[in-house]
Design a protein around this ligand. Structure first.
Ligand code: ZN
Length: 318
């Protein structure tokens, strides 16, 4: 029988069998354990404080630890959502959002950093140029068939460029009176090999799916146009030398987009069920707080009913 389990992976794919079989070779004494993790995604200074409070109160009522993935600077350089007028808001300029983030941190949340602006210059990359919509560390466009096509690293990509954005992001948290986040998630899960190494130097772990480029493993020249995306159901140390925490279930997405089908609570729960095949695996998903609480509750209840125990992001490293 021949098989390459890393091609065409999905959240419920046969690769799960391979991920479990690795324990036989690498850690045969592992006992069975099934943990779950949820993070709230794309929280920018323009987030709705009331929606953040609703999420916080629901998760705290369930005693569920969680991650909050924060973008410290919101920008809309072309005024797409602001009548054509450019708009930029930092965390320090959004005291109500900061107050809700502090409330969350005192009720079971762990602060995470999700990019500096989560967009690129004043360009459509690929959508609007607005924070939360676009790629920050990689170029992309949408083709005539409505597929998102990756175009490679940004022109000015370098260690200094990436570090500059990280330094600015961390400074924005400090200026707003928030603690320094120690976990990172790359906007839209795409960056260059150079950028991933910079992230690893600034955070204790990345929690995400990643791109891995030809040449990285051999230590030779990296070919930025040849890569594969990978994700894991448990913590790993990757070829960039960084701890990577799992995200393997995806997110609640009620409408299809760019040829991706909608993902409803039942879909997330079905993927979590498939991942029970991993003897010490995690069901890790994310949720946008601008959606209602109810689909989050359905998802949490369904995953709990499978026998998973929710833990915080720092617990996933063990
Ligand atoms: Zn995002």
């Amino acid at each position: 029988m021949g098989e390459i389990p890393f091609t065409y992976v999905s959240e419920s794919d046969r690769v799960i069998v391979f991920e479990d079989l690795l324990f036989d070779g690498l850690a045969p004494a592992t006992t069975e354990r099934h943990r779950a993790f949820v993070r709230l995604e794309d929280i920018s200074p323009k987030a709705d404080p009331n929606q953040l409070r609703a999420m916080a109160d629901y998760l705290y009522s369930q005693r569920i630890p969680y991650g909050i993935n924060v973008i410290p600077v919101y920008t809309d350089p072309k005024g797409v959502y602001n009548n054509g007028k450019a708009e930029t808001v930092t965390l320090a300029q959004a005291p109500q959002v900061v107050a809700e983030l502090k409330y969350m941190l005192s009720h079971g949340a762990v602060l995470m950093n999700h990019g500096y602006t989560h967009q690129y210059k004043n360009l459509a990359n690929p959508y609007t140029g607005v924070t939360g919509d676009d790629f920050e560390f990689f170029r992309a466009h949408v083709d005539a068939s409505d597929n998102v096509i990756y175009d490679g690293p940004v022109t000015e990509d370098s260690t200094i460029w990436a570090q500059g954005r990280i330094t600015s992001a961390l400074a924005a948290f400090t200026t707003a009176g928030l603690p320094k986040p120690t976990l990172w998630t790359t906007p839209h899960y795409a960056a260059s090999a150079t950028d991933y190494k910079v992230f690893g130097q600034n955070y204790t772990a990345r929690l995400e799916r990643s791109l891995y480029f030809a040449g990285t493993l051999s230590g030779g020249a990296v070919n930025a146009s040849r890569y594969i995306g990978q994700f894991f159901p448990y913590a790993v140390k990757d070829v960039y030398g960084t701890s990577v925490l799992p995200e393997n279930i995806g997110n609640y997405e009620p409408e299809p987009y760019n040829n991706h089908p909608a993902r409803l609570p039942a879909d997330l729960i079905a993927s979590a069920k498939a991942n029970l095949a991993v003897r010490d695996g995690v069901a890790s998903f994310f949720y946008h707080p601008y959606y209602a609480v109810d689909p989050l509750k359905q998802t949490v209840d369904g995953i709990k009913a499978l026998g998973y125990t929710f833990v915080g992001p720092t617990d996933l490293a063990q």
